[in-house]
Design a binder for this molecule. Sequence first.
Ligand SMILES: [Zn+2]
Length: 176
Amino acid sequence: MALREIRKDGDEILRKRAREVEKVDEKIATLIDDMIETMYKYDGVGLAAPQVGMLKRILVYDSDYVEDENNKNPRVLINPVIVKVSKKMATAEEGCLSYPDLYGYVDRPAKITVKAFDRNMKPVTIDAKDLEAVVIQHEIDHLDGIVFIDKAYNLHRGTQNEEEEKSQSKSKKKVK
Ligand SMILES: [Zn+2]
């Protein structure tokens, strides 16, 4: 496993559509392992392949990690498709490993159903809500060349407002 360089704001690869994965060969398996290592290294809760310069429809995330750093449970979604969204929306403060130090509020469906393949190319269906729903939607946007600053309002530099910081410093750190 190895760390991969995270592509940052201004890199045109972040604006391209990633391509479907047909099979998990050795190269893709290594990419997945590297993405997981890179995500944890930079304290992210999710990472999409274009963020490490690979235009493949792969994302990794661990939405439990923010609550328990000793309990790592990385998930891998290949060729994910959102098949159902709730009418109810939710707002979360988001950040992105490709836009360090930038945060903003994004409205997204509160609950989603996603169909994808796991790293063994077995089909999986995930019903997600709360942070998991936010992360998956944020990462799927990356696969389509969409980044959170396209959707965010009240974009601001630095961390969240101080009161939130004090009360929930880790769980509010929704860096992806
Ligand atoms: Zn991101």
